[in-house]
Design a protein around this ligand. Structure first.
Ligand code: BDR
Ligand code: CA
Length: 310
């Protein structure tokens, strides 16, 4: 099994990812750290505990972390994910309780105590991870790699060029990239491709399995608004695709590419991915210090990931 810590802002996407990660026999979820993003920190923690109930999960420690980005102002994403962060899906309160420590301390403890190197799976703004890696840089020795849903080698969503998780806390993303830990980027290029057909989602929503009904409802909530502002079903599995990447990497095309996070101006939050064949040309124009080589996913066998998720 792959020992993982999930860092989440639950969130419809994160809910789908948690349900999948807990259910997959090759993944051992050591703990979950929560951060503000798709919803307020309190909602994220509560949604996470409720989703663990839906998943019928064993006891998994959950802790609250950062309630706002390092430098950017706190911003609400309720226009995308609703006030609750789970759209129109309402779940009963959980009897689980969060750990009485900050998420950074929970992660430190889990990484230190793990007999095997841990994979950090970041599905949210990377504020918690940045704080952890700045506070305890030596933990890198027991971190296998960082797999993050975020960034893009092409289109943005929060802005024309920036993906939400990186845009929400660009300094945090830059700090995490700089930590010297092998990094795998599951960005919008692939995130936007993996979807479940509407008939399948509706059948799940009307089916016999309690968890399946919640998954179906979360999926049928997945809509995009085009120019007409009419909501159109997309069925994206979202952050759950980053979990698929852990267990079925062969379905992805990836390249080792230099990446940097833009921190200034309109491009703030953009992941600039250098896909030129002659990498390093920037030495002609100045420093290339802030580039880090990352394994970037550029394409996915989307039906294969959709089938795996189902
Ligand atoms: C990412 O931001 C959030 O909306 C989703 O949960 C996902 O992690 C996509 O940009
Ligand atoms: Ca997320």
């Amino acid at each position: 099994t792959i020992p993982v810590i999930l860092d989440v802002d639950t969130g419809v996407d994160d809910a789908l990812a948690i349900l999948f990660a807990v259910a997959h026999p090759d993944i051992e979820v050591l703990g979950i750290s929560c951060v503000a993003g798709n919803a307020s920190l309190e909602r994220v923690v509560e949604n996470t505990l409720r989703i663990l109930d839906v998943a019928n999960a064993p006891e998994i420690p959950v802790a609250a972390g950062a309630r706002r980005p390092l430098i950017s102002p706190a911003r609400s994403a309720s226009h995308v994910h609703g006030e609750s962060g789970l759209g129109t899906v309402h779940l009963p309160p959980s009897s689980r309780t969060p750990e009485p420590v900050n998420a950074v301390e929970l992660m430190r403890r889990l990484i230190t105590d793990s007999a095997r190197p841990v994979t950090l799976v970041a599905l949210a703004p990377q504020t918690n991870l940045a704080l952890l890696l700045r506070q305890y840089p030596d933990l890198a020795e027991n971190i296998e790699r960082i797999v993050f849903m975020g960034g893009s080698a092409s289109v943005g969503n929060a802005t024309a060029v920036a993906e939400f998780n990186v845009w929400h806390d660009p300094e945090a993303a830059a700090i995490v990239l700089d930590a010297g830990i092998p990094t795998f980027m599951y960005g919008l290029d692939v995130f936007n491709q993996v979807a479940i057909d509407r008939e399948v989602a509706t059948a799940l929503e009307d089916g016999d399995s309690a968890a399946g009904r919640v998954v179906g409802a979360l999926l049928t909530n997945r809509v995009a608004r085009g120019e007409s502002s009419v909501a159109e079903y997309t069925g994206l599995i979202g952050d759950a695709g980053a979990i698929c990447a852990l267990v079925d990497p062969q379905a992805l095309s990836t390249r080792m590419l230099p990446v940097r996070v833009e921190l200034q101006g309109y491009g703030r939050g953009q992941t600039i991915v250098d896909q030129r064949s002659r990498v390093g040309e920037d030495t002609l124009h100045g420093s290339i210090d802030s580039w880090e080589v990352v394994e970037v996913t550029l394409d996915v066998d989307a039906p294969r990931f959709a089938a795996l998720f189902l």
